[in-house]
Design a protein around this ligand. Structure first.
Ligand SMILES: [Zn+2]
Length: 260
């Protein structure tokens, strides 16, 4: 009853993401016919469906969603043979689709974008027990959400807040992110609905147990954006402008490509 989460809603449709619009809303506003992959289908189906749309020339923009790499990396680790094999498979699939489009159109712009990095998991820490041992009342004194790489807290009492944060600050598996840093990372919100305080684990460490499951898996994302394995990629057959340096401006790149 305390929590709500994003992925139960379909964020690939116009009006899909709460409190913001997406590139698809932008396409609707600018009369740009687009096609968005059906994320419920498997990669083979998705590629087949995209080829269909490309051959019918009904869209100026196709969003090809190939999500399997994420689970391969979670379950095998980012530097595993399974991950290498999946990357080769993606290269084959994307090259094939690109060549298919090139045969039908004079100009094809290809952007390959990953949504996040992936760190090899090296260990775990039981943050929940550390907080539980302080003896405060969950729901009455505070509320906590134990995610895979961070714990979020909502405080109902300032003394409880001080005691829990003191204890968390004494741990060396992670740290309490300051308001100043949250603002710098552009994840500070005036409404504390996402949390009053955040404890972020060091790269490679998982909270275990967490509300996301009781298993330590080989790969995880959701660490500090400056962590070495947090880097994401954008590849293109077009020149990527020098000011495109962050995941937050990928949208801008897509818009300027489509506005041409
Ligand atoms: Zn994932």
């Amino acid at each position: 009853p305390y929590f709500d989460y994003l992925e139960k809603k379909d964020y690939f449709i116009p009006g899909g993401i709460m409190a913001t619009d997406t590139i698809f809303d932008w396409c609707v506003d600018h009369d740009i016919p687009y096609y968005c992959s059906n994320w419920r289908h498997n990669e083979e189906q998705i590629l087949h469906e995209n080829k269909q749309v490309i051959s019918e020339a009904n869209a100026e923009f196709v969003y090809v969603y190939l999500p399997k790499l994420d689970s391969v990396m979670h379950n095998n680790g980012p530097y595993s043979d399974a991950t290498k094999a999946k990357l080769n498979d993606l290269e084959t699939k994307i090259t094939d689709l690109y060549r298919f489009a090139q045969k039908l159109y004079n100009e094809v712009s290809l952007y390959v974008i990953s949504d996040h990095g992936m760190a090899p998991v090296t260990g775990s820490y039981d943050i929940k027990s550390v907080v539980d041992r302080l003896g405060f009342d969950f729901g009455k004194d505070y509320v906590a959400f134990y995610d895979s790489t961070m714990a979020r807290f909502w405080w109902k009492d300032t003394r409880v807040k001080a005691a829990v944060l003191d204890t968390l600050n004494s741990l060396d598996c992670g740290y309490v992110v300051s308001t100043e840093e949250l603002k710098r990372l552009r994840v500070w919100f005036p409404d504390p609905k996402y949390g009053d305080s955040y404890f972020l684990m060091n790269e490679g460490l998982l909270l275990n147990p967490s509300f996301m499951g009781l298993k330590v898996i080989p790969g995880m994302h959701g660490y500090h954006p400056d962590a070495p394995n947090s880097y994401s990629i954008m590849l293109s057959n077009r020149e990527i402008p020098a000011d495109i340096q962050s995941i937050t401006v990928i949208r801008k790149t897509m818009e300027s490509e489509l506005a041409k």
